[in-house]
Write a protein that binds this ligand. Structure first.
Ligand SMILES: Nc1ncnc2c1ncn2[C@@H]1O[C@H](COP(=O)(O)OP(=O)(O)OP(=O)(O)O)[C@@H](O)[C@H]1O
Ligand SMILES: [Mg+2]
Length: 417
């Protein structure tokens, strides 16, 4: 489970599983900080793998601080988060290893080939166990048990299917074949299958979290946001599981490199930040006006939809094999009260109740013409005005429909012209 002392960890980018990986660099810990040496191939390319920081130049590049377990932000994005960490910890403890004794590099080695995006790590230190069950209801029930501190027969399966998954909610990475049949193999998607993420409820989620997220996805598409294809998977025991197609696995065999806003600018997700930062980073990383406009539209949506769980890991960028960066589709859009009723990202300093004027002022500072700003706001408002229909179509309960409708009405009032 641990890298042998003195063994450097190598990171590579695997854009195509049928072709050789592109070496990214070598990593070693020194004084609690990871030291990165970019590979000659990457320096020659050169490719902006870290998006903004750590330009691909010769020499040793220490991580800038300890906020990300002593790792470089873009590498720490590969580590599993809340749920993925929990199942990894359980699996290791069964094998007699306390996860706390592992360095950040040991944990990257455990991610091996099965992380998010296209980054892969060598040498891998944990062979994935066999997967023996794909009964979603059984896996969902087991996730609930694990969150409650219990243990059952499917814990190993969940650990495998969690891959290097991010986010707090229990989730599994699975494949779908052309007929919509679910499949897995070795923690990665079986040949020819599409890669999807299936999400289960966290302890404090409403029971209809699946339908709510599906209604939000439909509403976001109507509001002009880009989202990955999604579906609500049937359940025998509840109202269904939200599933989203992985945009970092655009086709079988192909992978895209992914970095979160948090990893790119090295702002930990728990740290409140601003939409100004999101917009600035989006233009600096992608250099696409379209992506800047999409980021602005997402900001308007998150405010009007009361999606206050909009922290720096809720936004990502994707890089293809040519080294070009684009804003990733929106994900994890749902009704959320946020910490203390505040958005993680503020709009012109306002976290609780951003107004239309504040949104306009932010847009203007980023060079968006007034007409475009107003068009975006009005298009998003129109889509949000149809909440009742989206909610009913997705099977949201009456209670949740009413609660969310009341919240949305409140925000809309501050956004009327
Ligand atoms: N369609 C997708 N394609 C690829 N990666 C995705 C997709 N949707 C989500 N992700 C990745 O998985 C992570 C977890 O997903 P998501 O944010 O939906 O889960 P969550 O557990 O609800 O998160 P949170 O802890 O923020 O509530 C995201 O941070 C992102 O890195
Ligand atoms: Mg999330």
């Amino acid at each position: 489970m641990k890298l042998a002392p003195g063994t450097p960890l190598t990171a590579s980018l695997t854009f195509n599983e049928d072709q050789g990986p592109l070496p990214v660099g070598r990593l070693a810990m020194a004084g609690g900080l990871a030291q990165l040496e970019w590979s000659p191939e990457l320096i020659a390319a050169p490719m902006p793998v870290s998006a903004l920081l750590y330009p691909p130049e010769p020499g040793l590049h220490p991580a800038r601080g300890r906020d990300f377990d002593g790792l470089h932000g873009f590498l720490s994005d590969s580590l599993p988060e809340g749920w993925g960490y929990l199942v990894m910890r359980r699996r290791l403890s069964k094998l007699g290893v306390a996860i706390e004794t592992l360095s950040a590099l040991d944990r990257l080695a455990l991610v091996g080939d099965h992380g998010r995006g296209a980054l892969t790590y060598r040498p891998p230190t944990a062979p994935p166990p066999e997967v023996d069950s794909l009964d979603l209801d059984a896996l969902a029930a087991e996730s609930t048990a694990i969150l409650a501190g219990e243990e059952g027969d499917l814990a190993d399966t969940l650990a495998t299917l969690a891959g290097g998954s991010g986010g707090a909610r229990p989730k599994v990475h699975v494949g779908f074949d052309a007929e919509g049949r679910i499949s897995v193999s070795d923690g990665e998607t079986a040949a020819g299958h599409e890669a999807w993420i299936v999400k289960f409820a966290a302890t404090n989620d409403p029971p209809d979290i699946g339908p709510i997220e599906a209604a939000y996805a439909a509403m976001a598409l109507a509001a002009g946001l880009t989202m990955a294809p999604y579906r609500l998977l049937p359940s025998k025991t509840g109202p269904g599981y939200f599933a989203t197609r992985r945009f970092d696995r655009p086709e079988p065999v192909r992978r895209l490199h992914m970095v979160s806003l948090s990893g790119a600018v090295e702002v930990p997700w728990r740290t409140p930040a601003s939409y100004d930062l999101f917009l600035r980073a989006t233009l600096a990383i992608t250099r696409h006006a379209d992506d800047l406009h999409a980021a602005f539209r997402r900001m308007v949506f998150n405010v009007l939809a009361s999606n206050r769980d909009d922290h720096t890991r809720q936004h990502s960028y994707l890089m293809d094999e040519t080294g070009g960066w684009r804003l990733a589709p929106a994900y994890d859009l749902t009704y959320s009260a946020g910490p203390g009723g505040e958005h993680y990202l503020d709009v012109e300093g306002e976290g609780k109740n951003p107004t239309r004027e504040q949104a306009r002022s932010l847009g203007r500072r980023h060079g968006l013409p007034d007409r475009l700003i107003d068009t975006i706001i009005d298009e998003v408002r129109a889509a949000l005005g149809d909440w009742a229909r989206f909610a009913e179509e997705a099977g949201v309960t009456k209670a949740s429909r009413a609660e969310i409708a009341a919240a949305l009405k409140d925000v809309a009032a501050r956004f009327s012209p």
